[in-house]
Ligand binder design. Structure first.
Ligand code: ADP
Ligand code: MG
Length: 240
């Protein structure tokens, strides 16, 4: 992805949640966004996704300027994976994935079914495809959510703490599924507290605190943080 963020400001109720963010990345595949709760990571992802308008500044993704929340064509090219899978509870895993392709992307079921079946197979979900979200584990549901994002052949996938509601075993399972994205050369931005995973898969780390980008760079910044805030954050997350 090419990502340019210039002087981005977002306020809620007169409080600056994103406080003058500037960032320029060229030809990066994986960006990991880290920082304490409330630092603005999810808000930044929503701004990048075009789901919500910002106050001022500019976001340009792969040459496309994200102008407003009405940008339906752009939004169709972005996959989103949330903390809790966000699958429709009354639909099977397969139907959840087909729904987006049929209703949002106007694709024919007969045309997309083979691709979707192949993705379900690749992510170890074939035998669960007719089950509803509550009939599978949280890790399987989160993998289904990744398949749903992938099935639209997005330009970019945004993952917001995809493992934070999972136990360590399921977390491992989902992180392995995310590694499939790395190997398939899919561009993504992941918000995560899994620092070891971020170090392993990301080519860029962005550390936020209180609505600001404090430090960014290669995973090397996790070994030798320059700012006291990143150092303190890492001391806290890595202390156990
Ligand atoms: P993070 O994802 O880093 O935990 P968020 O982006 O969710 O942080 O939130 C950053 C700040 O913005 C928090 O203080 C949160 O309370 C506030 N915030 C987020 N969304 C809204 C909203 N829709 N209305 C008001 N305040 C919000
Ligand atoms: Mg968040």
């Amino acid at each position: 992805m090419k990502l340019r963020i210039d002087r981005l400001i977002k306020t809620y109720e007169n409080k600056r949640i994103l406080d003058d963010l500037t960032l320029a990345l060229d030809d990066k595949q994986v960006l990991a966004l880290i920082g304490a709760s409330g630092s603005g990571k999810s808000t930044l992802l929503r701004m990048i996704s075009g789901l919500e308008a910002f106050d001022s500044g500019q976001i340009v993704v792969n040459g496309h300027e994200v102008v407003e929340s009405e940008d339906a064509d752009y939004r169709k090219r972005i996959g989103f994976v949330f903390q809790d899978h966000n699958l429709f509870p009354h639909l099977s895993i397969l139907e959840n994935i087909l729904l987006v392709l049929e209703k949002v992307h106007g694709r024919m079921r007969s045309e997309v079914l083979p691709e979707v079946e192949a993705l379900l197979e690749q992510f170890g979900l074939s035998e669960h495809r007719h089950k509803k979200p509550h009939q599978i584990s949280g890790g399987q549901a989160q993998r289904a959510s990744i398949v749903r994002a992938l099935a639209i052949k997005p330009d970019l996938i945004l993952l917001d703490e995809p493992t934070s509601s999972l136990d360590p075993i399921l977390t491992h399972e989902v992180l392995n599924a995310i590694k499939v994205l790395v190997e398939a050369s899919i561009d993504f931005i992941i918000v995560t507290h899994e620092i070891g995973f971020a170090r392993e898969v990301a080519d860029t780390i962005v550390f936020m605190d209180d609505g600001k980008i404090i430090e960014h760079g290669t995973p090397e910044i996790l070994e030798t943080p320059q700012s006291p805030l990143l150092k303190a954050f890492l001391d806290k997350v890595l202390s156990f």
